[in-house]
Ligand binder design. Structure first.
Ligand SMILES: NC(=O)c1ccc[n+]([C@@H]2O[C@H](COP(=O)([O-])OP(=O)(O)OC[C@H]3O[C@@H](n4cnc5c(N)ncnc54)[C@H](OP(=O)(O)O)[C@@H]3O)[C@@H](O)[C@H]2O)c1
Length: 249
């Protein structure tokens, strides 16, 4: 995709990967509008990056999505890039009784959110000469972390939804890109995770090509796992993680 001159709307731009990506794209000469639930995080980010804008949005709430999309298209009619970055990860127990709150909030945020948001923008995006939808999945959609089974499942689902979207939009001006982050130090200093700055640098380089998948080196081994022997790596990863639990946030 072209890396400059876009008007970009990104969800979850007040923290972590979304914030860092928003700043990198802002610095490259794009108009960037960030969103999220925590107003103070949004305000801090736009104050530190003059020219950036923010809209409050709860991607769990269809009415909030509709209202934000309407406001955005009215205020920023040039918007041509939508980045579905917002996501939540929570521990669960696939071997036991499920937790209704964890299930509903994770699926609603990580899967229904991007589907609803893209739908709210899609006709507008189709009217642009060049438009992009970016969905942020995860390596855990390809090799699940068993203690975040619902999270991993939502990312696998968003991956296949992305494939369908790309096929259905192939004869339009809308390109569909998937970012598959590896484990990133977005809100922690976990030594086994990729530093946030290196992840963003590598991601921007790949986004600047004509690819439809952003797979940094650290993500490739996971992305390439599905196949007849996929259980081997799933067991290996989960045995390692069980012996030393990750710092998620
Ligand atoms: N960090 C990793 O290792 C990693 C690896 C693979 C994939 N990912 C994916 O990368 C994306 C960003 O993750 P991150 O690590 O940067 O986490 P993060 O710092 O917690 O960022 C998540 C962002 O999503 C927003 N968000 C959450 N729920 C929302 C809602 N209901 N409505 C609107 N915004 C909401 C949050 O803002 P508010 O709380 O203010 O709403 C926050 O800014 C996620 O999709 C995550 O699954 C991360």
């Amino acid at each position: 995709m072209k890396l400059t001159g876009n008007t970009i709307f990104i969800t979850g731009g007040g923290s972590g990967i979304g914030r860092a990506l928003a700043i990198a794209l802002h610095n490259l000469g794009n108009k960037v509008i960030i969103s999220g639930r925590r107003k103070e995080r949004l305000e801090e980010t736009i104050k530190a990056n003059p020219g950036m804008s923010a809209v409050e949005l709860n991607v769990q709430d269809p009415a909030s999505i509709e209202a934000a999309a309407k406001q955005l298209i009215e205020e920023y009619p040039d918007v041509n890039v939508l980045i579905n970055n917002a996501g939540i990860i929570q521990s669960d127990n696939a071997a036991g009784v499920y937790d209704e709150d964890v299930l509903i909030s994770t699926v609603t945020t990580n899967l229904l959110g991007p589907i609803r948001l893209t739908s709210a923008f899609i006709e507008h995006l189709k009217s642009k000469e060049e438009a992009v939808v970016i969905n942020t999945t995860s390596i855990l959609g390809f090799v699940p972390l068993a203690t975040t089974a619902v999270y991993s499942a939502t990312k696998a689902a968003l991956h296949t939804y992305t494939l369908s979207q790309r096929y259905m939009l192939k004869d339009t001006s809308v390109k569909v890109i998937e970012i598959v982050p590896p484990w990133v130090q977005s809100n922690n200093d976990e030594p086994r995770a990729m530093p946030l700055a290196s992840f963003i640098d590598a991601t921007i380089k790949i986004l600047g090509t004509d690819t439809d998948k952003v797979l940094v080196e650290e993500a490739k081994m996971f992305r390439n796992n599905p196949g007849p022997n996929e259980n081997v790596f799933v067991t290996q990863l989960n045995d390692t993680m069980n012996s030393e639990p990750p710092k998620i946030h």
